[in-house]
Design a protein around this ligand. Structure first.
Ligand code: SF4
Length: 338
């Protein structure tokens, strides 16, 4: 590496990044549930797809389970931000569980669209990743009407009853570019395919991808903080590579950063998925500074101000028991999750 390259070492820090309104609400829901009902509070599936968040909540008394039948009768269970099928609510009721639904309101919006189009007897083509919890939950709203389309290469396999009455919906955390390609191919096969009433890929996914797109062509190395099972985090690495980053890696923690990545690298891009607390990004920035990348230049692609209220049942219980809470969840970007 030349002296000139050494002096050029810097970080481009994507904004927005990290916590979205739905993740913030889900994490605070578990924290407040622990405060008001006491430990243990059961959580069906990972509350959000982030290793660190799950580990910290476990330490505080949350017990993560895969299915509701693992929760003792009468106990409290929180449903994750990714949403659940109606059958899961039924099971919880049968077992007399106190169920608190932390499904992101933007996922609930897609559930409502699925129910409405199924009620009007449409075939619904749900673009998403097979097996992802959100897709399982949305498909569960209208299993007889929904066909999963897992990316552009899956389009040729799709069968519908009436090509004049078909609509597409999508998972909230997909790649915008790839989804548009899937839709383009679907429209070639089904020219009457209807669009969703509004974007299903949520604002947070779009904004985080937009910020990475804005800096990707200027970076030699892109580091995205996020877990491997976090769809939106994985997409950010893909978006960076598609838009010009020379290399890209996903890390849960700063100590996964490898010295071998930095050969000939002058500019490092940094972002984080929607389920990632900012403390983990700060650890990555500290680690980069130790390697000589101490100059940090923000690249701001959008401003965000969306906040959601906590689930109504929880708000009622917090109020009744005098536990203080904000009327809308205000993100501290997971500052408490050390
Ligand atoms: S990524 Fe989007 S849909 Fe998912 S929790 Fe965040 S705001 Fe909601």
């Amino acid at each position: 590496m030349t002296d000139e390259t050494m002096n050029d070492k810097r970080v481009l820090l994507a904004s927005p990044r990290g916590y979205c309104a739905g993740v913030d609400r889900a994490v605070v829901t578990v924290e407040k549930a622990l405060e008001v009902y006491g430990a243990p509070v059961y959580v069906r599936k990972q509350i959000v797809h982030n290793k660190h968040v799950v580990a910290v909540l476990e330490r505080r008394g949350a017990i993560f389970v895969e299915e509701t039948d693992e929760v003792p009768e009468g106990a409290t269970v929180v449903f994750s931000a990714h949403g659940v099928a109606p059958t899961v609510h039924d099971e919880a009721q049968e077992r007399s569980l106190r169920a608190i639904d932390a499904t992101c309101p933007l996922v609930t919006k897609v559930h409502r669209e699925a129910k409405r189009f199924a009620g009007d007897d449409y075939d619904i083509l749900l673009i998403g990743h097979e097996g992802h919890e959100e897709v399982v939950g949305t498909a569960g709203e209208a299993p007889e009407h929904i066909t999963l389309v897992d990316g552009p290469d899956d389009v040729d396999n799709v069968e519908v009853r009436d090509p004049e009455k078909v609509v597409w919906l999508s998972q909230t955390t997909l790649s915008v570019d790839e989804t548009m390609e899937t839709v383009r191919r679907l429209k070639e096969r089904f020219p009457h395919l209807q669009d969703p009433p509004s974007d299903d890929i949520c604002y947070a996914t779009q904004n985080r991808q937009g910020a990475v797109r804005a800096l990707a062509s200027r970076v030699d190395l892109m580091i995205v903080v996020g877990s491997r099972n976090s769809s939106n985090s994985v997409r950010l690495v893909e978006v960076a590579l598609e838009h010009g980053a020379k290399a890209g890696h996903l890390v849960d923690y700063a100590d996964e950063i490898d010295d071998a990545w930095f050969d000939g690298v002058s500019t490092v891009g940094v972002s984080s998925g929607a389920s990632v607390p900012e403390i983990l990004v700060n650890d990555v920035l500290d680690s980069l500074a130790e390697r000589g990348y101490g100059t940090v230049e923000p690249v701001v692609a959008a401003e965000e101000s969306l906040l959601f209220a906590l689930p109504a049942d929880l708000r009622k219980d917090l109020k009744a028991r005098g536990v203080p809470f904000d009327s809308k969840v205000k993100s501290d970007a997971g500052a408490s999750l050390r």
